[in-house]
Every structure is written in structure tokens, then in C-alpha cells.
Design a protein around this ligand. Structure first.
Ligand code: FES
Length: 234
């Protein structure tokens, strides 16, 4: 297919999406729910672009290319659309970035900064779910979940374990093991793939560095960790 993106002509295979076509010529479109390893879902709408002739902005990660298509990825309309989507996500997100485990490694935080968001225009009810940390490896904080579904796809498509699913509807939609069980009650193998693909800190590995360090240095266990001597640089 021959299409034009931001004035550049590109030829791509017929089954490509706009996002794939744009990335093939180095045009950057932000994404959250999209992950190159898994089937695209088109749920977050961060990847909005303008297509000539279309009545509204389209999600480029799921929109297929067609012959002669003309796409614009960086118009004021597109930028405003993406900004609104991010603001709506942030309106219902804990404001604890500075103490969050993913601070500076959070995809939502980065996209918000790229969109120039300094203040969220929307305010509303906040989620208030209990932290799921009753297992040896992972911490699940549904208050930070943006419902991108990447963990669901990693757990099912990659690992074949199928622990996670969407539960409930509307504002109360969550991603959780069946019957809203904790991970320690589910068939989770604690492989960590869900934490690996989570764009925020909704699922993170347990940070037990302090406990492990203390246990290793416990004289009762006769294991003492020696740190390397400091090297003086002249
Ligand atoms: Fe396209 Fe989420 S990245 S809809």
C-alpha cells in the first residue's frame, strides 16, 4: 500500500496498521496499550491520528492502512485529543509520583510530560482499592491501573497462564484474577511478565532489597556480605 504520513510517502504491506507504517519511517506516535509482542487492543486511545476523510480521530495501532491514505500525526487537533485522553487517565490516578516505585520509568508519566500536562483539568471520584501484596513476588495496586490490558495479554499470549482478566464495568472496571482473588490465591507462577509490561506501577516486583540484605548479613545464618573497599582516585 502507498500512503502518505505527515507529507512523507511510504510503501507498506497491506496488512499494516498506521502505527506500524509510521514507525517504519521513524515517525513517533505515543502508545500505552499497544505492545509489539501482543495483539493490539486499541483501548487507551493515546495513539490518535488524523486520517483524511475520516469523521473523527482514529487509533493508529488498530487502524489498517489503505491505498492512497493520507495521515497526519501531529496537528493541533491530534495533540489536543491525546492530551485529553491523558488528562482523563490522570484524573483518576494517585498523585504519588515522587514516592512511586516507577517514578521516572513510568510510561504514563512520560507521555503526560510529552503532552505538556502540568495541571489536570478534570476532577472526580478516585479509586480506592486495597493493595495486593500477600504473595512473595509482586505488588498489585489497582489504583494505578490504566486498564491497558498488557498484563492480561502477557499472561495469556506469552505465558499461557491466564491469571488476569477484566472484571466489572464502567468506572469499576478492574484487571484482576478470577473472583477478584489475590495473586497468592490464583494460579500465578510469579514469572513477573505482567510487571515487566505494565506501563505504570499497577504491577511491580516486590522491592525486598532491605530484607534480603538484612537476612544475608544475619550472623545467625553465618553469611556476611562484604562490600568492595572504596577506591581512592588520585
Ligand atoms: Fe493505540 Fe492504545 S496505543 S489505542
Amino acid at each position: 500500500m502507498n500512503i502518505t504520513i505527515d507529507g512523507q510517502q511510504v510503501q507498506v504491506p497491506g496488512e499494516s496498521t498506521i502505527l506500524e507504517a509510521a514507525r517504519s519511517i521513524g515517525i513517533k506516535i505515543p502508545t500505552l496499550c499497544y505492545h509489539p509482542e501482543y495483539k493490539p487492543e486499541g483501548s487507551c486511545r493515546i495513539c490518535l491520528v488524523e486520517v483524511e476523510g475520516a469523521r473523527s480521530l482514529v487509533a493508529s495501532c488498530v487502524f489498517p492502512v489503505s491505498e492512497g491514505m493520507v495521515v497526519k500525526t501531529n496537528t493541533p487537533n491530534v495533540r489536543e485529543g491525546r492530551k485529553t485522553v491523558v488528562e482523563l487517565l490522570l484524573a483518576n490516578h494517585p498523585e504519588d509520583c515522587l514516592s512511586c516505585q516507577r517514578n521516572l520509568h513510568c510510561e504514563l508519566q512520560k507521555i503526560a510530560a510529552d503532552c505538556g500536562i502540568r495541571k489536570v483539568r478534570f476532577d472526580g471520584e478516585k479509586k480506592n482499592y486495597r493493595l495486593d501484596a500477600d504473595n512473595p513476588a509482586l505488588v498489585r495496586d489497582q489504583n494505578k491501573c490504566i486498564l491497558c490490558g498488557r498484563c492480561i495479554r502477557a499472561c495469556s499470549e506469552l505465558q499461557g497462564v491466564n491469571v488476569y482478566t477484566f472484571a466489572n464495568r464502567g468506572f469499576h472496571t478492574t484487571v484482576a484474577p478470577a473472583f477478584n482473588a489475590g495473586l497468592h490465591e490464583a494460579a500465578c507462577t510469579f514469572c513477573g511478565q505482567c510487571a515487566n509490561v505494565c506501563p505504570t506501577a499497577a504491577i511491580v516486583e516486590k522491592d525486598d532489597t532491605k530484607e534480603v540484605w538484612a537476612a544475608l548479613n544475619d550472623p545467625a545464618k553465618h553469611v556476611v556480605v562484604q562490600t568492595a573497599p572504596a577506591v581512592r582516585v588520585a
